[in-house]
Design a protein around this ligand. Structure first.
Ligand SMILES: Cc1cc2nc3c(=O)[nH]c(=O)nc-3n(C[C@H](O)[C@H](O)[C@H](O)COP(=O)(O)O)c2cc1C
Length: 181
């Protein structure tokens, strides 16, 4: 999902840093899903740093759903940004999010809303997709973009989710462009 959004952001004219929170797969996660453990072992993106967030005019945070909430690994990264928060360096940027869960109605919207709670504290500008394009009536998530990975965690992204990721990336780049011009 992050790779697709990054490509769409670049296509919309943005300079993009695709970053991954330094990921530590917990033993519980390993036991919950071997596929997930293998997936995280494949992690190839550079580790996210505070500078990446400070540098960006728009930030798309992505997290798998964990009990209807943001994954602890991403939360740990966000919690490491206290110094930048205190200096106001996280404010006035555009933010949005995307998530994946194993099941439909498995907490995707609550995960995105939980993520956005943090953005209020940043003084960030949440730019949700809403139903601002007809395609949003197909993927159906006005809070961000979400994907159902299925019982074996192996469902590929469908056309609706790919289009929704393109739309979200274009939207945050457009709004951020208006704010910075
Ligand atoms: C600790 C834990 C909690 C999870 N909680 C949920 C959940 O609340 N709803 C759901 O549908 N899937 C849940 N999942 C499944 C993940 O959301 C699923 O693995 C994810 O879509 C795939 O991303 P990942 O490989 O990075 O975990 C959970 C998985 C773990 C390990």
């Amino acid at each position: 999902m992050a790779q697709r959004a990054a490509a769409a952001g670049e296509a919309a004219g943005a300079e993009v840093r695709l970053r991954q929170v330094a990921r530590q797969t917990t033993e519980g996660e390993r036991q919950a899903s071997e596929a997930q453990a293998a997936h995280s072992a494949e992690a190839t993106e550079p580790a996210a740093t505070a500078d990446d967030v400070v540098w960006a005019d728009a930030v798309l945070f992505g997290s798998p759903t964990r009990y209807g909430n943001v994954a602890g690994q991403l939360k740990t990264f966000i919690d490491s940004l206290g110094a930048q928060w205190a200096q106001g360096l996280l404010a006035d940027k555009v933010y949005a999010g995307f998530t994946a869960s194993q099941t439909a109605h498995g907490g995707q919207e609550t995960t995105l809303i939980a993520l956005y709670n943090t953005i209020y504290h940043f003084g960030g500008i949440i730019v949700p997709p809403g139903y601002t394009d007809g395609l949003k009536f197909v993927d159906g998530n006005p809070y961000g973009v979400s994907h159902v990975t299925g019982a074996d965690n192996d469902q590929p992204l469908g056309e609706a989710e790919l289009a929704a990721l393109d739309h979200l990336a274009q939207r945050v780049v457009t709004v951020a462009g208006r704010l910075t011009s």
